[in-house]
Design a protein around this ligand. Structure first.
Ligand SMILES: Nc1nc2c(ncn2[C@@H]2O[C@H](COP(=O)(O)OP(=O)(O)O)[C@@H](O)[C@H]2O)c(=O)[nH]1
Ligand SMILES: [Mg+2]
Length: 453
């Protein structure tokens, strides 16, 4: 998918202006190309920062300085890609950095594709696929919890866990294969009872890994939460209170919020996208009608709905309809305005257990609401191991393969038959770490990266 024997170059820092910007080169000609660009590259030493000037030829004679930079050479294999890597740290102007890249290309480098540095690190065995994906997650992280989960994966937590399961499975497969080699003697290198126990153990380990997957996905992907309810129940006030700022307009004129307002907040490490909607009622004009229809659309797409009721005014048919509509999807029923005299008692309702009492005015109950939105995430201590849907799906498939093998063994299946499922499980695990994988999977994973990574 990429050629791998040439030297690639790209700007590694974000687009835009900054104090510093880094141009990165990787490949066999990295040092030579840096030498062609700099006035004192002959003095480059591995892992030493060298002050130099980037120079370019002028139309007449001699050269002209482009930028004053610091050049660092990471000699192979002690570099990110395990190739010779040169980092040129210049002033962070896009014009300067692009000029440096252009000069590098003129000296023989090729512009890197997105993710190509990390792809080379993967190909050269510096990272496995899980770790390469963790690099992308780390760069993309928008909450500290996401960064922590990604860093753990880059450190090899999943790699190690999968490696152990894989080794146990491999040992099992070897014993079954060995038994196949002596069919006539009816000799078993492993007794069925031991085989069964060993398979159950591997399956259990995978199950434990999968136990963290729900929390892991919540941290990595976050959750969309839509506030819905009659006008004037306090949706926009709650939206603002959860955000900690006055983003939505709050008035006592019903129908004020007409469009969808969307903001992201970090609730206990989960990136939550809050959506404030128009109140659900019979619209008074076409703008409000559009707002109400968007609100209904958002409700359908939401990961979770906050059904906001007014505790200080009697329940209406609209409230009851909304409660019926949302009954079978993830929701929290918020009874707001607890600072006012109560018009009805939530405890009398069949959905009493789903209720959180709040006051957007005093802030009462907001902590409980936050906890309900992230569903018990507030008390997690260890970073969940699995966050990535690709890993989760493959590990589930591996677990299912083991379960099938175990069921087959109980029905007296031969080793030959068991091996089909056991090998299938093993291949799934190898796909997680990328020891086995199709090119289109790789292409998909590395296309997520920004250029320069
Ligand atoms: N007393 C009291 N008033 C509230 C509370 N929440 C909202 N309000 C008031 O109710 C009115 C409607 O609030 P708003 O957030 O615009 O409701 P929305 O139409 O559902 O978005 C405003 O006058 C708010 O100040 C609350 O918890 N207690
Ligand atoms: Mg509103």
């Amino acid at each position: 998918m990429f050629s791998t024997d040439d030297t690639i170059v790209a700007i590694a820092t974000p687009a835009g202006r900054g104090g510093l910007g880094v141009v990165r080169l990787s490949g066999p000609a990295a040092v030579g190309i840096a030498g062609a660009l700099c006035d004192r590259a002959s003095t480059l030493e591995p892992r030493h920062a060298t002050l130099a000037r980037i120079v370019e030829p002028t139309e007449h004679v001699g050269t002209r300085a482009v930028d004053e930079v610091v050049v660092t050479w990471f000699a192979r294999p002690h570099s990110y890609t395990r190739e010779d890597v040169v980092e040129i740290s210049g002033h962070g102007s896009p014009v300067l950095l692009e000029r440096i890249v252009e000069l590098a290309i003129r000296a023989g480098a090729r512009l890197a594709e997105p993710g190509e540095f990390t792809f080379r690190a993967y190909l050269n065995g510096r990272l496995d696929l899980v770790q390469a994906e963790a690099v992308a997650d780390l760069v993309d992280a928008v909450t500290p919890a996401q960064a922590r989960a990604a860093m753990d994966q880059l450190d090899g937590t999943i790699t190690e866990a999968i490696g152990q399961v894989h080794a146990a499975l491999f040992a099992l497969i070897a014993k079954c294969e060995a038994s196949l080699d002596f069919p006539d003697e009816g000799f078993h290198f492993i007794q069925p009872a031991d085989l069964r126990a060993a398979m159950a153990e591997v399956e259990g380990t995978l199950e434990n890994l999968l136990d963290t997957a729900d929390q892991g996905r919540l941290i990595r992907e976050g959750r969309d939460v839509v506030l819905t309810g009659r006008p004037n129940t306090g949706k926009s006030s709650l939206f603002n209170a959860l955000l900690g700022c006055g983003r939505a307009i709050v008035t006592d004129v019903p129908g004020t919020t007409r469009d969808l307002l969307t903001e992201r907040v970090d609730l206990h490490g989960v990136p939550v996208t809050l959506v404030d909607t128009a109140g659900l009622r019979v619209p008074e004009d076409s703008i409000e009608r559009e707002g109400v229809s968007r609100a209904r659309g958002a409700q359908v797409a939401a990961g979770m709905t906050l059904v906001v009721l007014d505790g200080s005014a009697a329940l209406t048919d609209v409230d009851r309809q909304l409660l019926a509509h949302t009954a079978s999807s993830p929701r929290v029923i918020v009874v707001n305005k607890t600072d006012c005299a109560r018009a009805w008692d939530p405890a009398d309702e069949p959905w009493a257990a789903e209720v959180v009492l709040t006051s957007a005015v005093t802030g009462d109950g907001l902590d409980r609401l936050r906890e309900r939105i992230v569903g018990g995430m507030s008390d997690w201590r260890d970073t969940p191991a699995l966050t990535n849907l690709r890993h989760i799906a493959l590990i589930e498939a591996a677990r299912d393969g083991l379960a099938r093998a175990r069921a087959a063994l109980d029905q007296g299946a031969t080793e030959e038959l068991l091996l089909v499922d056991l090998n299938d499980a093993r291949h799934r695990l190898e796909e997680v770490t990328g020891h086995r994988g199709a090119e289109d999977v790789l292409r998909h994973i590395f296309s997520r990266f920004c250029i320069g990574k």
